[in-house]
Write a protein that binds this ligand. Structure first.
Ligand code: MG
Length: 397
């Protein structure tokens, strides 16, 4: 399809900016856009470092703009796309500005970690609908971000599979109050491991998730259950519930993606095969459902769905997340910063698997607490917590 014929129809096509297009969510989002090219068009693609894949994606999807965050790759990117009418930018300021472009209808925030906060806030200020895959944005600054979205009347549509499941369960429930959210968790690769085994868990073992194929950061977070802790915090902000209304249920088959319990005791669940294209697509098309050529659940082979309580002793990150959420203020920001430093250190084999929770807990104790943080306070907290976590790691190793 050439550019001119596409543009003739753009009036009807939703223009989507994908922040983090080369990651696991980003690449699957491009598959969704391709499958529904009559409805969606990639307006902007951004990546942090993976310039080769960004070039390939830009040539295939012909966005209006591409941004590479790491400026060292700028000339490579520009030269590779020189024959195409694509604007090429580099650096984090360009990343923050690109989301404001007038034609963009929706921004898919699918970059990794704290880096997602600023561009997501900019997109909200510019009035863009947000499809949120970057959970750290709500973990770090949930109150600020949800408040901002409310002010600008911008919807935040969840892409995380659990939150999409809850969102789907809430369709048609209007103002029926939620009694409880039941967040399911696969339990990750170490679900049945003893403390002794966890002590010696390696990077390679942690990187093997039983059900989902994801990026390194989130896979380690899944193994340590920090991912579920983050999802608890994310759920609080997305669905306006108290921490007491959120229960984590370990469900190793990952067939039920989460559930909602209502005032009459009725529990609604959303089920499906583990395929992230569904929540991505639902965020794009909500409230409509579009076709998706994914594998279907086969109940003739699905023999059992099992459920367990999470173990807060072996998986302390979950307890630390609830603690951070109950404390509020900048505590979840501290939790996130310490975790990002710990995961990076664990991936470099600088600390052991169980040490990550030790460092996170100590960082939470040592970083200055702020009850009602501003954006600048979050930036300062993030930097301070990273420094403290880094010191703790260097001291311990
Ligand atoms: Mg999830």
């Amino acid at each position: 399809m050439n550019k001119t014929s596409l543009h003739e129809q753009t009036a009807r096509k939703r223009q989507i900016a994908i922040l983090g297009s080369t990651g696991s969510i980003g690449t699957q989002a491009l598959q969704v856009i391709e499958e529904h090219s009559d409805l969606y068009e990639a307006y902007a693609l951004t990546a942090n470092n993976n310039v080769e894949l960004l070039i390939e994606q830009a040539r295939r999807h012909q966005p209006d703009v591409v941004v590479i965050a790491n400026e060292a790759h700028y000339t490579t990117l520009r030269d590779a796309l020189a024959d195409l009418p694509i604007k090429v930018y580099a650096g984090s300021d360009a990343l923050n500005e690109v989301v404001e472009a007038e034609p963009i209808d929706m921004v898919l925030a699918s970059m990794v970690g704290y880096a997602g906060l600023r561009p997501t806030m900019n997109a909200i200020r510019a009035g863009k609908a947000i499809a949120l895959a970057n959970k750290e944005t709500l973990v770090v600054a949930g109150e600020l971000v949800t408040q901002l979205a409310l002010e600008h009347r911008v919807p935040i549509l969840p892409v995380d599979s659990e939150h999409s499941a809850i969102f789907q369960c809430l369709a048609g429930e209007a103002h029926n109050p939620i009694e409880k959210l039941l967040l399911t968790a696969s339990g990750g690769p170490f679900r049945t491991w003893s403390m002794e085994q966890l002590q010696h868990a390696t990077r390679e073992q942690a990187l093997k998730h039983p059900n989902w194929d994801m990026g390194a950061k989130i896979t380690i977070d899944s193994a340590s259950m920090m991912n579920k802790g983050f999802e608890v915090i994310e759920a609080k902000w997305l669905f306006d519930v108290t921490p007491e209304q959120i229960e984590v249920v370990v469900h190793p088959q990952s067939v039920i993606h989460s559930m909602v319990q209502f005032a009459d005791g009725s529990v609604k669940a959303q089920l499906g095969t583990p395929d992230m294209r569904l929540p991505i697509q639902y965020a794009f098309s909500y409230p409509q459902r579009l076709s998706l050529s994914s594998q279907r659940l086969d109940f003739s082979t699905l023999s059992s769905l099992t459920f367990e309580q999470p173990d807060p002793v072996r998986f302390r990150n979950l307890a630390l997340s609830f603690k951070a959420l109950e404390r509020g203020g900048n505590m979840p920001c501290i939790l996130n910063a310490a975790n990002e430093v710990c995961v990076a250190a664990f991936l470099k084999e600088r600390i052991g698997f169980l040490q990550m929770s030790d460092v996170i807990e100590q960082t939470m104790q040592r970083t200055s607490f702020i009850t009602s943080p501003t954006y600048d306070d979050y930036v300062a907290t993030d930097a301070a917590a990273r420094r403290i976590a880094e010191e703790l790691i260097t001291h311990n190793s």
